[in-house]
Design a protein around this ligand. Structure first.
Ligand code: G3P
Length: 217
């Protein structure tokens, strides 16, 4: 499973990248607003921090303007993935861009039928939002299961990029289903490391080691 950071906070990205576990980054208009920086500057910096895909989202809603914005964004780095919403114009743009060899991440996916359309449009990634499904009482992880089954039925190349991840359980359950990628806020990724028995066990090892009076080297 690839790990993407869902943020435009370059300090947080650098910290995660230092672990060697970070495979890419996703941003969106809300994350750009939260970062409080110019989209071109912050996206260019993110592309210089990670080698993997960096999703930059268009904000136009019509195909022609989406294509124009995509042209501007994809000049920011060879690892740019253009993010488009799951709309008719978004998928028209997806089809055109992937036809020209550009990575496309289709976002705001909330049904398996939408994911099927995105795969037919040649999407590089599909971003189903699990957390927002949970918010309205629908088990978002079931959407991941449905998409995985459908994509495997037809051997689609589109990678399932689980988004709107709110906790490590979303990552755990998505990995069990064989999702290709997950994107999560850095604080959720850091929480994956935590387990009280690991902390307790390490403390016991170090206490016993100290009692031996030995050092290594
Ligand atoms: O990548 C999409 C993600 O940023 C949305 O997360 O928590 O606003 O549903 P959330």
């Amino acid at each position: 499973m690839k790990f993407f950071a869902d943020t435009a906070d370059t300090d947080a990205i650098r910290e995660l990248a230092a672990t060697g576990l970070l495979d890419g980054v996703t941003t969106n208009p809300s994350l750009i607003k939260k970062a409080g920086r110019d989209i071109m500057d912050v996206t260019r910096e993110i592309c210089s921090i990670v080698d993997g895909p960096v999703s930059a989202e268009v904000v136009a809603t019509d195909h022609d303007e989406m294509m124009r914005e995509a042209e501007v964004l994809r000049k920011l780095g060879d690892n740019i993935a253009i993010k488009v919403p799951l709309t008719i114009d978004g998928l028209k743009t997806c089809k055109k861009l992937t036809g020209d060899g550009t990575m496309v991440n289709v976002t705001l996916c909330f049904s398996a039928n939408q994911a099927l359309l995105a795969a037919k449009a040649g999407a590089s990634f599909i971003s189903p939002f699990v957390g927002r499904h949970d918010d309205v009482g629908y088990p978002g992880i079931e959407l991941i299961a449905d998409i995985r089954l459908i994509y495997d039925n037809y051997d689609f190349d589109t990678e399932i990029l689980v988004a709107s991840v709110r906790n490590p359980i979303h990552i755990h359950d998505s990995a069990k289903l064989g999702a290709d990628v997950m994107t999560a806020p850095p604080e959720v990724i850091w929480r994956m490391f935590d387990h009280p028995l690991t902390d307790k066990g390490l403390a016991a090892f170090l206490k016993d080691w100290e009692a031996t009076g030995q050092t290594i080297g």
